[in-house]
Design a protein around this ligand. Structure first.
Ligand SMILES: [Ca+2]
Ligand SMILES: [Ca+2]
Ligand SMILES: [Ca+2]
Ligand SMILES: [Ca+2]
Length: 272
């Protein structure tokens, strides 16, 4: 069974419960210590996958395995593995001493999942590795972004948001444009810039709002920024940290108005 060794790890599809069977698995003394559930040899098998995005994945045999499992996740390479996390039993959530852990993944990095049992236990079950969360397609699902840190965006999987329309629409038809939503909180009074200027490979548009998703108040909108390549956008507005209320939250709505592949950062930059 090739999957018995790290070098023969089977690729696992994300978000897909994948049957496994460790009854023929053996221990390789050259492998690093399992990491949890005691130091005894692990009759383990190996899966691998590459993270398609940076996100926190759940890795689980929870309530699916017929025996007392252990799970560990590794980066690096076979022979030079780096531990990313380990779980023997997630008591209170997973019955029968099955296992589950969350692991923070980095886009483009290959990971290995090692499925074993407590002491020498072996058996069968389903392994699940969750995929990236859905994109922030609607205002209520807006992703928090950090000012001054470029945020990768991909509107190819977005759908149009029904309302409101962009206030800087030119030529109409914007309701049919796929858009994504982000949110940040002003911690100071300053002139902020929300921008895809020169970083996206499609004709973008940005609108910044305050208020909340029920009552959005437009603060600034831009279709094509002066000096920005490919009809990309730069939207500038004054944001405030209010003392009378927790803080002012603004949202950034970004859309594509033409076909697109993989756009890149939307930065929210501070300009004093
Ligand atoms: Ca093995
Ligand atoms: Ca266990
Ligand atoms: Ca949308
Ligand atoms: Ca544009």
């Amino acid at each position: 069974m090739a999957q018995d060794e790290c070098s023969g790890a089977a690729n696992i599809a994300l978000d897909t419960p994948t049957p496994f069977d460790t009854t023929a698995a053996t221990n390789n003394a050259a492998d690093p210590a399992f990491g949890c559930g005691g130091g005894s040899p692990a009759n383990d098998i190996w899966f691998e996958f590459t993270a398609p995005a940076s996100y926190t994945a759940t890795v689980s045999t929870c309530n699916t395995a017929t025996y007392d499992t252990r799970l560990s996740v590794w980066s690096g390479s076979c022979g030079a593995l780096v531990s990313e996390g380990c779980n023997d039993d997630l008591f209170g959530t997973c019955s029968g001493n099955t296992s589950q852990l969350d692991v923070a993944l980095v886009a483009g990095t290959q990971y290995w999942v090692r499925v074993a049992g407590f002491t020498t236990a072996t058996g069968m079950g389903d392994l699940l590795v969750t995929g990236p969360p859905p994109p922030p397609d609607e205002c209520v699902d807006a992703d928090p972004i950090t000012p001054d840190v470029p945020e990768p965006i991909d509107t190819t999987v977005a759908t149009p948001t029904a309302a409101p329309d962009f206030s800087c629409a030119a030529g109409g038809g914007d309701l049919l444009s796929p858009d994504l939503w982000y949110t940040f909180t002003a911690t100071d009074d300053y002139m902020a810039t929300a921008s895809t200027c020169g970083t996206v490979d499609y004709d973008s548009k940005i609108e910044v709002y305050s208020g909340d998703c029920v009552t959005l108040v437009s603060e600034a909108c831009n279709d094509d920024g002066t000096g920005c390549a490919g009809f990309s956008s730069v939207s500038t507005n004054w944001v405030s940290s209010l003392t009378a209320s927790p803080s002012r939250v603004t949202s950034c709505k970004n859309t594509n108005t033409s076909s697109t592949t993989w756009p890149r950062p939307m930065a929210s930059r501070r300009h004093s």
